[in-house]
Write a protein of this length. Structure first.
Lengths: 359, 505, 566
């Protein structure tokens, strides 16, 4: 009993007991039983998308991560405002001020009965930097920029990777050769090195974070392209693809209607991982000085700017770092949840109930 | 097989060439190397610009400069590398020879450690899918995936290195600390050993109690400053290894395996005394030679005494021999530790790949290098370990669903045999390919790590070179890391072919 | 075995089940796979457990091996040599595998570990169960390979699985199963993945071994021909329960239960080959002057490009099909039969020769005209699980040809889809369901509907029923026949099953290694074959009637002996 057949067997005899046909005669053929079951089926039809959604909603870490991500994104964009729209936070990331209590954070979460100061947000929940600027506002601004960069990198890499991967997988031949050699290139030149060089170029060219994001997107598509290519190579051997070709469908229809939609799992999952990777790549580059440069801002740049403050004002180091870890971790868990939802092969988990009753 | 390797090597060299061209073009277009001088107001501005133009061949067009670089590199085949001069006119080949060794030491060590531990953890979590251990490890790997390297590095420096250095001055534990450590240890042991609730409770209690007693005892011995293993320690530990090795393979009643292992222990104790003075001031070759003998001789004993269980006997004896050798080395390191602490009161370094002007015996230098290497290695290894364990887990689970695994089970093989003989080798095949990509990633990670820990390695060479739009050091960095990546890739390919007879035969 | 349990009811049996039930917990529900099954297998006896997919036959056997996945809840008893293995601790169960109960699997291509030598895989169970060690074990393994008919075993034992053919691998799996002299062997569809001639050889081998070793064999199969060939007793399963048991003669020749009767009547049967030599061919009907040629192949050559080297899959084959005719192409795997279908569908370029649809040569058409001609063809493939796009609702699947060729508006398309669903006897409500909600046979009917959407002149059917169960196959074949009579399209029907071709086709091409061996009217080729290869194929296909099969077996033996004598 191979895995595949196993599935079929389980599906074949579902729980519905339809031994009696519509005319009252007992059913004695598998074909008849199946047809009777189909006719009887009144449950809501479930598309693949609905099944996936249902599995995803059962994945707790992914749901928690999604909530965390939404909260972070909303806070980052609404608190200090975005694109000229003012936010609800009353401090500015530009304005220096007097240092209060050495700029220590005023956020307190430790309850009084445990010897803490109770719950309080205070004026500067994340503290102040050495010139007295509100660090919460600064971190929120860095978070905004980092999220923008990550999303742009993810989007650019996903679009390029999916299209090139699909084309290479479908046509094979020289397109495929070129793609494989290109990805080999990244074995020889580490991604970070190439990204640093491009980041430096983008930085000296315009200095805008979008240029940097596009440059990074142009580098990080190869992983996804490889995966999509592999997926397409298997899918194109499926008979529904042969059927579509045989009925005279155009190549573009075959790729965009039959092949790519069926790789959506791989694409979505890897887009999330690409976003997590992009956040870390941007912070690394900014840290080395080849990424985002002042007066722009990002979480990586904040850490880099304040790294020497660690011994005196550790919070200047902690907050952006924690933010990066939280975002990257949430995105990774989200991706994991999506993967399980799209590809439930390895998550077939069933509770061992009734075990004792039966035996 | 040879043809396969040569073909791969040829393709890799082609890629290396193309990559060098691409990188060169990108680097020289990443800015203006004369930028700072153009804005300069000093008198000798013209002179400095002329000098820099000469160092960097700026009078030549871009293809001319690349060609000059390439011909210089091609002289490497005649062992006379000419990698050009950097922006200050220093010979890059000389700079490189210093930088390369420390970086490669770091990266190779981290890769090997990450691969070994990562694969082991991956197998364990795959076998215990959906256990507490699996969930815990999964969470940790995701956390490691999400850590910015430099941020984690600063944390390690601050809490691990500085914390330890402060603590080692007067090592000791308060009672609450001991209780917490014992609890945590007990908890981890029960997660690791698993079993029924009762078994887990027993494991927890026994291991927590053990730690609770052992720590005060070690503190009383002042073990952390004056560690010792001693003859008794070596005998007890090596006997435990010989016995458990036998028990895990064929069972202790089996004399064909047990006796060679016990003989190995006896021989090892004798060798411990025989080599004692020699090992107090050894050299690297002596250690390597000794290690080979320590594995080879027990292997031979196993071969001649093993009878029909020859293979198992060889493995168990050789492993016991290896463990004994490791214990002997550990004993000598322990003996050198107090002296080392006097030479270097704050042992774990946070800056540089070696303490400047450090003078001491073989073991002292060994400990110094090791202590400097500790943090960056932990950092790099842990991050890369996460991906190895993840890939291994996925691969093992995938292989676990194959038909031949069911065939193996239907023969009545134990789960351990099924996993190691049938599943593991098949699961390693895809991992060999991933290793090549991972190595490249680690080199990237090393650039950052060196920056944080202030190593004068190749990462630093690359970063400074790029900042000054200076292609020579950047390309030198690329030459070493790229070749290393190609080499690693090829090793992975060979390993791949060794694992998979469908490619070999 | 050292453990001895006293269970009177199972004494003397090699394997017996008492009221065995298995329930699986699945992702969203529970599935009752086996419902209270009782069955005995005695030493030296072959009991066939017969049923269609979902009948629970494989689950039953896997339960006896103690290899069911964790989500299975087992109740009742399963005795192996007197010991109840339900709920037996894993360590004890392990000791019984291979020595008391062994298994032969369906898929020989994947049942062997690709990275270990045959020697290693054969000797490990011998060493594990303490039967032989080292050189002795290797010697024993070589003996076993010799016993199962692997030529030059001493040398080949050092090789890896991929160096053996499918049939040889199945022999190795059988050698593995008998290596520790088990009391009972479970053979789970042991010949399903093999070609008919190889199947016949494996069946011969199993019969020989059974007599030599006096083990009991539980044969799991859906193929009634295999049952007739090998089994002593038969048990028929339907949806988790046993519906009928008896001797092979009782069950196959005088079935009592309506399910068994229906099942047997669904099996397409080959009419007996005339061996008397007095076959008088039906007189050739005068060539119909109105015979309208739809598909014509002349000296067709097809090649695959394998990394620069050309592999010739079809070599110089000619045939034609006219309106209202069905041409069967039959052959074993690798014969090139499906390649021809691929070329007609335009999925593979023609290397040389002529391939024309309604007179226009496919090789010379411009892309646009080539696309237009595709509207006149419909196709049905083998694998119902893969031939519908999982993201399209059934309605979209069926109307896709209309969308591609821009025929009709939305309302017309829906109307057409409903018509077609009725034609293939599916409820029209299916239109909004997704392929994964349908069974294999139902999906295959959707494929037929899709193939007929544009009223094709030509239907290409590439093994359309080989993945289906017998009764479902019968329904699908009947449907194709009925629709073909109604719409009178020409049909190219590719199959490995001679009986199906016999039932359906008017003329046939027998292929081997890319060449046409014999072709002509079905009544001539399949009933009075002129070529040895066709005869061998016919002789190898088992028929579901024990008496007749015994005669055929003997005839085949003589045929092979005569060939050897030459």
């Amino acid at each position: 009993m191979s895995g595949h057949q196993d599935n079929e067997e389980l599906k074949g005899s579902s729980n519905m007991e339809t031994e009696i046909g519509p005319d009252g005669q007992p059913l004695v053929s598998l074909a008849e039983v199946e047809d009777a079951e189909l006719a009887q089926k009144d449950s809501q039809s479930m598309s693949q998308g609905q099944l996936i959604r249902r599995r995803f909603l059962n994945h707790k870490p992914a749901i928690i991560s999604s909530i965390v991500l939404v909260v972070i994104t909303l806070t980052a964009f609404t608190s200090i405002g975005f694109a000229g729209i003012p936010g609800w936070w009353n401090q500015s990331y530009l304005k220096s001020a007097e240092l209060i209590n050495g700029g220590a954070p005023t956020l307190h979460l430790w309850p009084t009965w445990l010897g803490g100061q109770g719950f309080a947000i205070g004026d500067h929940p994340f503290g102040q930097d050495n010139t007295g600027k509100d660090y919460f506002a600064l971190v929120m601004r860095g978070t905004q920029k980092s999220i923008i960069i990550a999303v742009v990198v993810g989007a650019v890499a996903t679009v390029i990777g999916a299209v090139i991967g699909a084309v290479a997988g479908y046509f094979r031949g020289w397109v495929d050769e070129v793609l494989m050699r290109l990805t080999d290139l990244f074995i020889v030149i580490p991604l970070l090195v190439l990204a640093a060089v491009l980041g430096k170029m983008a930085g000296s060219a315009s200095g805008s974070i979008l240029t940097l994001a596009f440059a990074l997107g142009l580098l990080t598509w190869t992983g996804l392209a490889r995966l999509v290519r592999g997926e397409i190579l298997t899918l194109r051997e499926r008979e529904y693809v042969a059927a579509a070709q045989a009925m005279g469908s155009k190549t573009s229809r075959v790729i965009f209607k039959h092949l790519l939609p069926n790789t959506v799992g791989v694409i979505v999952v890897n887009a999330t991982f690409a976003i997590a990777g992009a956040i870390l790549l941007e912070t690394s580059l900014s840290y080395l000085g080849f990424g985002v440069k002042a007066p722009e801002s990002s979480l990586g740049l904040l850490i880099s700017q304040y790294q020497n403050a660690f011994t005196n004002r550790p919070w200047l180091f902690w907050w952006p770092g924690m933010m990066i870890v939280t975002i990257a971790l949430s995105v990774n868990f989200l991706g994991d949840g999506l993967r399980d939802a799209f590809d439930p092969r390895q998550t077939r988990k069933a509770k061992r109930r009734n075990k004792k009753e039966l035996s | 097989m040879l043809k396969f390797i040569l073909k791969r090597l040829g393709a890799s060299l082609g890629i290396l060439l193309a990559a060098s061209f691409l990188l060169y073009i990108l680097v020289i277009n990443a800015g203006d190397p004369l930028g700072d001088l153009r804005e300069s107001v000093s008198d000798n501005r013209e002179h400095l610009m002329a000098q820099r133009t000469e160092y960097m061949n700026l009078d030549q067009p871009w293809y001319g400069r690349y060609w000059t670089w390439l011909t210089g590199v091609s002289k490497c085949f005649a062992l006379q590398c000419d990698l050009g001069t950097n922006i200050q006119g220093q010979n890059v080949a000389d700079l490189l020879s210093v930088a390369a060794s420390s970086t490669l030491r770091l990266v190779v060590l981290a890769t090997v450690l990450a691969a070994i531990f990562g694969i082991a953890i991956g197998v364990l979590t795959a076998v215990r899918q959906y256990s507490g251990l699996d969930y815990g490890v999964t969470f940790l790997t995701f956390l490691f995936f999400s850590l910015p390297v430099f941020w984690a590095a600063v944390m390690l420096k601050e809490y691990l290195a500085i914390g330890y250095n402060d603590w080692i001055k007067e090592p000791g534990f308060s009672t609450p600390q001991i209780i917490v450590i014992a609890m945590v240890f007990g908890f981890l042991m029960q997660v690791f050993l698993a079993g029924s609730v009762k078994r887990r409770l027993i494991t927890f209690a026994v291991s927590a109690a053990f730690v609770g007693v052992a720590i005060p005892y070690l503190v009383w011995l002042n073990f952390f400053r004056y560690p010792q293993l001693g003859l008794v320690g070596i005998i007890v530990l090596s006997l435990a290894i010989a016995l458990s090795g036998t028990a895990m393979t064929v069972g202790v009643r089996n004399k064909q395996v047990l006796y060679p292992a016990l003989i190995t222990v006896a021989l090892g104790i004798i060798m411990y005394y025989a080599t004692f003075s020699l090992l107090q001031a050894p050299n690297t070759w002596l250690l390597i030679g000794g290690g080979i003998l320590a594995v080879g001789i027990p292997g031979a004993i196993g071969y001649f005494m093993g009878g029909r269980l020859r293979k198992v006997a060889m493995w168990v004896s050789a492993f016991t021999g290896f463990a004994l050798a490791a214990l002997t080395v550990l004993d000598h390191i322990y003996r050198a530790w107090p002296g080392f602490l006097k030479l270097k009161p704050r042992p774990i370094g946070t800056i540089g790949s070696q303490t400047p002007d450090f003078v001491g015996g073989f073991w002292d230098v060994f400990l110094d290098r090791g202590a400097q290497l500790l943090l960056p290695t932990i950092l790099l290894a842990v991050i890369s370990l996460a991906s190895y364990s993840r890939y291994t887990r996925t691969s093992m689970l995938e292989v676990g669903q194959q038909d031949y695994i069911r065939t193996a089970r239907s023969k009545g093989l134990s789960e351990r045999t099924v996993i190691f003989r049938h599943a593991f080798r098949n699961a390693l095949i895809p991992i060999a390919t991933i290793a090549a990509f991972d190595f490249a990633g680690l080199i990237g990670g090393a650039v950052i790590t060196e920056n944080v820990f202030g190593w004068k390695g190749m990462g630093e060479m690359f970063a400074t070179g790029l900042t000054h739009v200076d292609p020579a050091p950047v390309m030198a960095f690329f030459l070493v890391t790229g070749s290393a990546a190609v080499l690693f890739n090829m090793l992975a390919d060979i390993f791949y072919a060794l694992l998979d007879p469908r490619i070999r035969v | 075995m050292s453990i001895q349990a006293q269970v009177p009811s199972s004494i003397g049996t090699a394997l017996s089940f008492e009221n065995l039930s298995v329930v699986f917990d699945t992702e969203f529900s529970q599935v009752h796979a086996v419902k209270g099954l009782s069955l005995e297998v005695y030493p030296g006896e072959v009991v066939a457990l017969v049923g269609e997919s979902g009948s629970g036959k494989s689950v039953t056997s896997t339960a006896a091996m103690g290899l069911l996945p964790n989500n299975a809840n087992i109740s009742g008893k399963a005795f192996v040599g007197g010991i109840n293995v339900v709920g037996l601790p894993e360590a004890k169960m392990r000791k019984m595998r291979a020595t008391d109960i062994a298994m032969v699997f369906q898929e020989p291509m994947t049942a062997l570990n690709p990275v270990l030598t045959i020697e290693r895989q054969l000797t490990e169970s011998l060493e594990l169960h303490g039967l032989a060690y080292g050189k002795e074990a290797t010697a024993r393994a070589i003996e076993l390979l010799e016993l199962v008919g692997i030529p030059d075993p001493a040398k080949r034992i050092k090789q890896y699985p991929h160096q053996f053919s499918g049939g040889q691998r199945q022999r190795i799996v059988i050698a593995m199963a008998i290596s520790c002299d088990p009391k009972v062997i479970i053979a789970d569809e042991p010949t399903t993945a093999l070609d008919v001639t190889v199947q016949a050889e494996i069946l011969d081998l199993l019969r020989e071994l059974k007599d030599k070793l006096n083990t009991g064999i539980l044969l799991i199969t859906h193929n009634m021909g295999v049952v007739a060939d090998l089994a002593d007793r038969v048990a028929v399963m339907f949806r988790g329960s046993l519906v009928e048991t008896g001797t092979v003669d009782q069950v196959l020749n005088h079935p009592q239960h309506p399910y068994t009767q229906k099942l047997l009547s669904s099996v397409p049967r080959l009419e007996a080959v005339d061996v008397s030599g007095n076959w008088v061919p039906e007189p050739l009907a005068a060539v119909d002057p109105n015979r309208k040629l739809i598909l014509e192949a002349k000296n067709l050559v097809l090649e695959y490009d394998m990394r620069g080297t050309k592999f010739r899959a079809v070599d110089d084959v000619s045939f034609d099909i006219a309106r209202g005719e069905i041409l069967g192409i039959v052959g074993e795997s690798g014969s090139g039969k499906s390649t021809i279908a691929k070329a007609v569908l335009g999925l593979l370029p023609v290397a040389s020769g002529k391939l024309a649809v309604q007179g226009s040569d496919l090789t010379k058409l411009r892309p646009k005209a080539a696309r237009a001609i595709r509207a006149k063809m419909g196709v049905i493939f083998q694998d119902p699980a893969a031939s519908l796009n999982p993201r399209f609702p059934i309605g979209d699947c069926i109307t896709e040809p209309m969308v591609v060729h821009k025929v009709g508006n939305r309302a017309e398309r829906i109307k057409r889809a409903k018509e077609l669903l009725e034609a293939v006897h599916l409820p029209t409500s299916v239109i909004n369901r997704y392929p994964h909600e349908l069974s294999g046979g139902q999906r295959q009917r959707v494929c037929i509907a899709r193939a007929l959407t544009l009223d094709p002149e030509l239907l290409i059917a590439d093994e359309p029923t080989s993945a289906l169960d017998v009764s479902v196959q019968a329904a699908v074949l009947e449907m194709i026949q009925e629709l073909q009579e109604r719409y009178e399209f020409a049909c190219l029907f590719v199959s490995h099953d001679l009986a199906v071709i016999d039932l359906l086709a008017h003329s046939v091409v027998v292929m081997k290694n890319g060449k046409s061996i014999e072709q002509g009217r079905v009544s001539d080729v399949l009933h009075a074959p002129q070529e040895d290869y066709t005869r061998k194929l016919l002789a190898a296909a088992p028929v579901p009637e024990p008496g007749e099969q015994a005669i055929r077996r003997e005839a085949r033996r003589l045929l092979l002996a005569a060939e050897k004598g030459l």
